[in-house]
Design a protein around this ligand. Structure first.
Ligand SMILES: [Zn+2]
Length: 1061
């Protein structure tokens, strides 16, 4: 055929390239080019009417409403409302034999309903503006039908005012710009795909490559023989293209595993409730593609989203399950949501998998084998162990490609965690989870792959993401055409499991990365939205306490029913809030309000569950005080405790206007009658509130020249008249902890103007804008006068608009001084931190992470060091030299840093996008300072940080509190922490508990777990509570013996003896 052409092509690369571009252009020459022929005849819809509502109504309810006539071009809104359209269609008879589409273009996100079921998502930004009514109109087909289109008044990425991440414009209006029927020319579409790919190959392979010229001249020839106005010329053109694409590559070709995906942020620039609909829109579209393309495989993460679709769109869910059976719809990830990888506690991370994997097992009959977290802002060094213990050995992300400073050196590697657990990790080398199947992306995936030669397989995730959308037919057409063409990698439509099996099969030469995967960007997310962070820490504590106290009640009371269902519900709310744009504070105000409501539910219902458990633990007539004191930590504690006064108020210091209102302190020592012979570390215990206090040293308090000294015999704290810490001495050794000539508790403000990602980023240059907040002399006042508790307080004007008050508290017997802080914060793009220059020198500082800790440098030697200028930590950080150190504890903060000898805790930010109101208003938080001798491990820093975060509970007891203090569990070494006690998931009615312990010092250690509960059987299990058949633990007189390696997490099932009643 080509031989019939008149003349050989001229040798002009540039004009030939542009000729091809113009032939497929949607902008130029559409009157005569191929693109202009994509659609044939068209006609308007027969009738269009609409109904507008602020609610997100179910279909059945929506279609009952009063629909009014509407026109193409009408506006509707405002933001977050929904406009339902009734679309009546009448397909012309002349279109028999043709493929007919409903063309629908709107700037709102649409979902087509047909016969009561969702059938297609329509989103302009996701390149879905066409609903296929029929592939081929047949005689017997009904040509009249009525559809509904549910249009949300938001775009794929919300409704930002002016820019994507700006706060939403509440008054935004939307439009339907097109609603018509049209004949779709499938043959034109195929040729367009071919030409675009040929153009991509010609450009992408470049002038050094002969295949590039073959592609270019093939495209040129196609244009020579293809007349857009004469479809009979198309087959010859198509055959020319096939001849090119069918020239195969060699055996050594790299293989791309193309997996369809649709990253849907569970809440971000839109509320949670909108995500429910985003899932339906995206997945129904994916399911349709599966129907048309049996080889198309789609990976879908986040159990929560599947649960939403199950509950709201049961018909769609049934189809999803069918396509799961066919191997096309593949659940991945194993977690409840794609959570943040830094901030959730170790236990919360375990619950992400426990809730996720159990959901996948229940709904699909199998668990996930890969952890899927493409879009999260860093990855804890404990994740490999948690994954391995949750049945997962593969890990996929791509976010480290966002590193601002250092390029991560691997795409396929083994990731080794804190305890030595290893998983096979893969970062799609194209650095995206939203590929579109272009040649450019395909080539990039190979050229950028840093493990070429070590492994010959890569992931290629395609489909619009973030706001949903997902893959399109065009993407699939491109990828199928590129399945095996010389000059390009092979492209295989594949599943994550197929990819990982291939990677595993050729893993001998892979490198290993040890420790955290730190993202050198988005480091402001450790601090933004302090109330969310506080809610997270609080609710993690509440659920811990509820589970422990309920477990004790279950063990002691025959009447008590463990609140398994309520706890699952509350955990799922907490896990939902740990989504990577919620707990990070990088969401809009609407989401913050929803998240705070979730925390409110957990707090109130958690409180009720604690009371119920306390009731079960108390029996008999009312006792003195009517209070039950519970220590929910596994070691003995002697602490000053604020007890409620009769009449409802509490005795200790509301902060702010009347700080240090010290009155009725109670002291509960839980040392009596735990386990008879336990000389060390009694445990999770319960006792009545009548302990009396006998102490040898009390906080003394002197005041000279406006300064205040607090001294409890363990530490001596000196505050200058402005509230700064001039001295902190460990009394026994006389050792000073504050750097010479410096002051601690120094508040500092920084300018905090990032380059773009406002709520996310704090840039390195903010450190150059440090401004210490000058103190006001004379504001320091004595609060509590001493006795059990000494305190001083002061006020500080941070700026003309923001002020701070603080009570500095030292309790008898306590090894740390606490700083109760209240801030009224009204700033724009400022960052507040507090600094403690330490009289300690070390090149490494230690930070608590999930189930352990790790070191990070205090210097800036290399680019990897200085890129960690702002890092995250959980409850404590420590700077130690041999024999001495200073620890900084906190009760709800996550951002931190140690530069040189200065420990710095990040307190508050003031970003304006995507939430213009972020962090404005009142905040309350506590941090504490603990100087110590020896190592932080031996000095008990870890336990102190737990104590600060888990105050003794004083629960109203309806009856007499147990007459004698009673301890349920204790552990023989301080290296091992009993983190969790809960009822086993597998037996919601039963008397089996799950205990989770971890090694916290970083040591190999044996330990005895002792319990006063009557145990019938003890067996090790994994984090999903599955029995380890070789893990039976003999019950010995001393309890149960457990062996730990550094930072190892162990779980066991304790089957309790049947109750005697
Ligand atoms: Zn995301």
């Amino acid at each position: 055929m080509a031989a019939a052409m008149a003349a050989a092509p001229l040798k002009h690369r540039r004009t030939t390239l542009e000729r091809v571009e113009k032939f497929v252009s949607p902008l130029y020459f559409t009157d005569c080019n191929l693109r202009g022929r994509l659609f044939g005849d068209s006609c308007p819809v027969a009738a269009l009417s609409s109904f507008l509502t602020p609610e997100r109504l179910p279909y059945q309810e929506a279609i009952q409403q009063d629909f009014r006539p509407a026109q193409v071009g009408d506006s509707f809104g405002p933001t977050w409302w929904t406009c339902w359209f009734r679309v009546e269609l009448s397909i012309p008879e002349a279109w028999l034999g043709q493929e007919v589409h409903l063309l629908w273009e709107s700037d709102g996100e649409g979902l087509v309903w047909r016969d009561g079921e969702p059938v297609q998502g329509l989103t302009k930004e996701g390149e879905k503006t066409s609903y296929v009514l029929t592939d081929k109109l047949r005689e017997e087909d009904s040509r009249s039908l009525t559809l509904y289109v549910e249009v949300a008044c938001n775009g794929l990425l919300g409704a930002g005012k002016g820019s994507m991440i700006a706060a939403p414009d509440p008054e935004k209006m939307f439009q339907v710009n097109r609603a018509e029927l049209a004949v779709f020319r499938r043959d034109v579409h195929k040729l367009l795909v071919d030409l675009e790919l040929l153009l991509g190959i010609a450009k992408g392979l470049g002038e050094d490559n002969q295949r590039s010229f073959q592609a270019l001249y093939t495209a040129n020839q196609i244009i020579n023989i293809c007349d857009p106005a004469q479809p009979e010329t198309f087959p010859a053109a198509h055959a020319l293209a096939s001849r090119f694409f069918d020239q195969r590559g060699g055996e050594s070709q790299h293989t791309l595993h193309a997996v369809g995906h649709c990253h849907i942020d569970t809440a971000w620039l839109w509320p949670f409730k909108e995500t429910v609909r985003k899932c339906a829109r995206s997945w129904v579209t994916a399911v349709n593609l599966m129907e048309r393309n049996p080889e198309f495989i789609f990976a879908c993460s986040q159990a929560q989203q599947l649960e939403w679709v199950r509950n709201h769109y049961p018909g769609l869910y049934t189809r999803i399950q069918e396509f799961f059976q066919r191997g096309q719809f593949v659940p991945v990830g194993g977690t409840w949501v794609e959570m943040d990888g830094n901030l959730p506690s170790g236990e919360a991370m375990v619950r992400q998998f426990l809730q996720g994997q159990n959901f996948f097992l229940q709904e699909f009959g199998e668990m996930c084998s890969e952890f899927w977290l493409p879009d999260t802002f860093g990855y804890s060094a404990q994740l490999p162990q948690i994954m391995r213990n949750c049945g997962i050995k593969y890990f996929l992300t791509q976010k480290l490609s966002w590193n601002l400073v250092n390029s991560f050196p691997h795409h396929t590697f083994f990731w080794e965690g804190l305890d030595g657990s290893r998983v096979l990790a893969h970062f799609p080398p194209g650095d995206s989870y939203g590929m579109q199947g272009s040649v450019e992306e395909v080539l990039k995936t190979v050229t950028k792959n840093q493990d070429k030669g070590r492994t010959n397989h890569s992931a290629f995730l395609f489909g619009f993401g973030d706001g949903g959308g997902g893959p399109t037919q065009t993407m699939l057409d491109r990828l199928k055409r590129l399945s095996n063409t010389d000059g390009l990698p092979r492209v295989q439509l594949s599943s994550p499991k197929q990819l990982f099996l291939k990677l595993e099969g050729s893993s001998e030469q892979l490198c290993t990365w040890v420790g955290e995967l730190f993202l050198e960007l988005h480091n402001g997310t450790y601090t933004t939205h302090a109330q969310i962070k506080k809610g997270n820490r609080d609710c993690e504590r509440i659920l811990h306490d509820v589970e422990l106290v309920s477990s004790l009640a279950l063990a002691r009371s025959t009447q008590f029913l463990y609140p398994a269902a309520q706890l699952q519900e509350l955990w799922r709310l907490l896990l939902l809030n740990q989504f990577h744009d919620v707990v990070t504070g990088s969401c809009i105000q609407l989401v913050v309000e929803e998240a705070m409501a979730h925390y409110k539910d957990i707090r109130s219902q958690g409180g009720a569950l604690l009371s119920a458990a306390a009731t079960a633990l108390c029996a008999g007539e009312p006792g003195p005080g009517g209070l039950l004191i519970v220590n929910t930590l596994p070691w003995k504690r002697t602490e000053v405790l604020a007890l409620p006064r009769p009449g409802g108020s509490h005795s200790i210091g509301t902060l702010g206007e009347s700080p240090g209102d010290s009155a009725q302190h109670g002291l509960c020592t839980c040392s009596r009658a735990h386990l008879p012979a336990a000389s060390a570390a009694p445990a999770a215990c319960v006792c009545g509130a009548r302990g009396s206090f006998s102490s040898t040293s009390r906080p003394a308090l002197t005041k000279t020249d406006g300064s205040v000294t607090l001294d409890n015999g363990i530490i001596r704290v000196k505050l200058n008249p402005t509230g700064c810490l001039t001295s902190l001495v460990l009394v026994a050794s006389g050792r000073e902890a504050i750097a010479e000539g410096a002051v601690g508790n120094q508040f500092v403000l920084f300018d905090d103007v990032p380059l773009y990602w406002d709520a996310w980023d704090v840039m390195d240059y903010h450190l150059e804008t440090r401004k210490p907040v000058p103190g006001q002399a004379g504001t320091l006042a004595v609060g509590a006068e001493g006795g059990l508790r000494g305190s001083a307080w002061f006020l500080l004007q941070l700026s003309p608009n923001s002020r701070l008050s603080q009570e500095v508290v030292l309790d008898v017997g306590c090894p740390y001084v606490r700083f109760h802080t209240e801030v009224h914060w009204h700033e724009s793009h400022k960052f507040l931190k507090v600094e403690f220059p330490a009289h300690v020198r070390s090149s490494q500082a230690t930070y608590e992470v999930q189930f352990g800790h790790l070191q990070r440098p205090t210097h800036k030697n290399t680019s990897w060091d200085w890129a960690r200028y702002e890092v995250w930590a959980h409850r404590w950080m420590d700077l130690s030299e041999h024999g001495f150190g200073l620890a900084l504890l906190n009760d709800c903060k996550y951002g931190a840093s140690v530069h040189g000898s200065v420990l710095s805790l990040s307190l508050l930010r003031a970003p304006k996008a995507p939430d213009a109101t972020a962090d404005m208003g009142r905040h309350e938080f506590t941090y504490a300072l603990m100087p110590h001798k020896g190592s932080f491990q031996d000095a008990g820093v870890i336990q102190a940080a737990y104590n600060l975060n888990f105050p003794l509970l004083a629960l109203p007891a309806p009856g007499r509190a147990p007459a004698t203090a009673w301890s349920a569990f204790s552990v023989s070494t301080s290296a091992v922490v009993l983190e969790t006690v809960k009822q086993a998931e597998s037996c919601p009615q039963g008397r089996t508990l799950v205990l989770r312990l971890y090694e916290a010092h970083g040591s190999h250690v044996d330990c005895w777990l002792r319990t006063s509960l009557l145990v019938q059987e003890a067996v090790l299990c994994d984090l999903l509570e599955r029995r380890d058949s070789a893990g039976y633990l003999p019950l010995q007189e001393n309890g149960l013996k457990l062996t730990f390696s550094p930072f190892q997490v162990r779980s066991l099932l304790l089957v309790l003896q049947p109750s005697l009643s």
